[in-house]
Design a protein around this ligand. Structure first.
Ligand code: ADP
Ligand code: NG1
Length: 457
């Protein structure tokens, strides 16, 4: 399909030559043969629209330069061999047709297996070939820049290429959004969509159900700068992320019940808006009218929905949130509806280009951070301090990006203030914390890069 082609298959272009050559040499020394192809999938920074993709709302990410690259050679022994240029990720091998994904221990190879299993189960690949793989990743891990999804998407791309198949970017993105949930986190589809569908120089408005993408030209004269607070948050290793997903699902179900709808079919806050057929501002009013601000106990939710705790576990909870007893339905729903509106406003400013566009975009980013921090409670003291420092040193907007609880902030900085900004943030955040050695990989100007692709030497 013209507007939904497969990922490109191309020769190795100049800016990857050296890196792929080094990876090829390591592959050679490991497997005593050369790789047949390379697959690359980028990480992403989400400019605005946090924790709303799994609620059914559109988001506005760009692909970044940092990525996952995997060198691959097919084998004829039904075995998957995984290795990594980073020693902290140990070798792994298994029968390519018979393996388990361990949800209790999210080791790195389980993310690769999600991609492989997804192609086999969701895109019906019956007899996958064996593969020798070597991974080289440059996305900071557990920093909200989607290293996990880049790995899952790259694994799926390797499996597709190794087996001589061809699916479109949307088919792969949709599949990877589903198969990354094999690891246990109930994420949305933002990361996988932008990793496959990114275009250099463009942000993408990604919408869901069905998955679709729209180019958004970002304003001139400003830069987006990523700053990592250097607190790592592994999404799959705690229940924090899934607790937010469940709180939003419960909010949509309680509100549906109160409005007289069949609540069991309600999974996302966007579905409730569709049912009520009103705008986002009105949805915030519905939340104010129907939900109380204090926490909801599990007992109260069961009472409102007319179910037992055991039934609630099947209609609304996840295995790692069965223990949660209190839910902030009002706050999470208010964040989601207001954040979805900020994304729409951000996109409109980029289209209409008013003279004060940069100021308006900065205000929307600051409003997003305020809501993430105060209503969604997915920030942390280090991120709070880093965002304040970014604003103090010239950012006209700064916010946490990705799941939060650590990881990165993204700041909107006028081009003529970037040098002063970088120095100020380095002096005020990184040096006092003894993080000077990490600055080059933790604080950098980003630009919108290309999407996943296969490279043939
Ligand atoms: N270069 C890499 N090589 C192997 N595994 C990686 C690499 N980068 C990230 N990962 C895997 O992805 C996990 C991080 O996923 P997650 O906590 O969801 O963070 P993120 O916000 O980066 O997606 C790591 O714990 C590791 O298992
Ligand atoms: C694979 C996955 O679950 N990714 C989810 C996660 O991203 P990161 O953990 O920051 O990569 O959090 C953001 C919050 O906006 C989205 O919900 C996204 O879908």
């Amino acid at each position: 399909m013209a507007d939904d082609p497969p990922p490109i298959i191309t020769e190795i272009d100049a800016n990857y030559k050296e890196r792929f050559s080094q990876l090829g040499k390591k592959f050679q020394s490991k497997y005593d043969c050369e790789p047949v192809f390379f697959a690359r999938a980028p990480g992403r920074v989400n400019i605005i629209g946090e924790h709303i993709d799994y609620c059914g709302y559109g988001v506005l990410p760009i692909a970044i330069d940092q990525d996952i690259v995997i060198a691959v050679r097919q084998t004829d022994d039904d075995t998957l061999y995984l290795s990594n240029i980073d020693d902290k990720y140990s070798d792994y091998k298994c029968n390519v047709k018979d393996f388990e994904i361990n949800k209790d221990q999210p080791d790195w190879h389980n993310y690769f297996l999600c991609g492989l299993k997804g192609i086999m189960e969701l895109l019906s690949l019956e007899n996958p070939v064996g593969m020798q793989c070597m991974v080289d990743g440059s996305v900071p891990s557990s920093a909200g820049l989607s290293s996990s999804s880049a790995l899952v998407c790259c694994a799926a791309l390797c499996t597709m290429q190794a087996n001589g198949k061809s699916w479109t970017k949307k088919e792969l993105a949709d599949m990877c959004a589903q198969c990354e949930r094999y690891i246990g986190t109930i994420g949305g589809g933002m990361d996988q969509a932008i990793s496959f569908m990114a275009q250099p120089g463009m942000a993408k408005k990604i919408d869901f159900n069905p998955l679709r993408q729209t180019n958004v030209a970002l304003p001139d004269g400003v830069s987006f700068v990523i700053s990592n607070c250097c607190v790592e948050k592994n999404k799959a290793a705690s229940s924090d992320f899934n607790t937010r997903v469940v709180e939003c699902r419960l909010a949509s179900q309680v509100l549906a019940k109160m409005k007289g709808f069949e609540w069991r079919e309600m999974k996302r806050l966007a579905d409730l808006q569709t049912k009520l057929n009103v705008g986002l501002q009105e949805m915030e009013n519905v939340v104010k009218e129907c939900l109380h601000e204090s926490q909801y106990t599990k007992a109260e939710i069961c009472d409102v929905l007319g179910v037992t705790a055991d039934i609630l576990a099947t209609t609304s909870l996840s295995p790692n949130t069965l223990h949660v007893e209190n839910f902030c339905l009002y706050q999470r729903a208010t964040h989601v509806y207001s954040e979805a509106r900020r994304v729409e406003d951000f996109q409109n400013v980029c289209i209409e280009r008013p003279t004060d566009a940069a100021i308006k975009l900065g205000e929307l980013m600051n409003g997003s951070f305020e809501s993430c921090s105060k209503l969604y409670e997915c920030s942390c003291p280090e991120l709070d301090q880093l965002v304040a420092i970014c604003r103090k040193h010239g950012a006209i907007g700064s916010r946490l990006t990705g799941a939060g609880w650590g990881g990165c902030a993204v700041s909107l900085v006028p081009n003529d203030k970037v040098t002063e900004f970088l120095d100020g943030v380095k002096q005020s955040y990184y040096i006092p914390r003894g993080l000077e050695s990490k600055v080059n990989n933790a604080l950098f100007v980003t630009k919108s890069g290309g999407g996943a692709a296969v490279y043939i030497p």
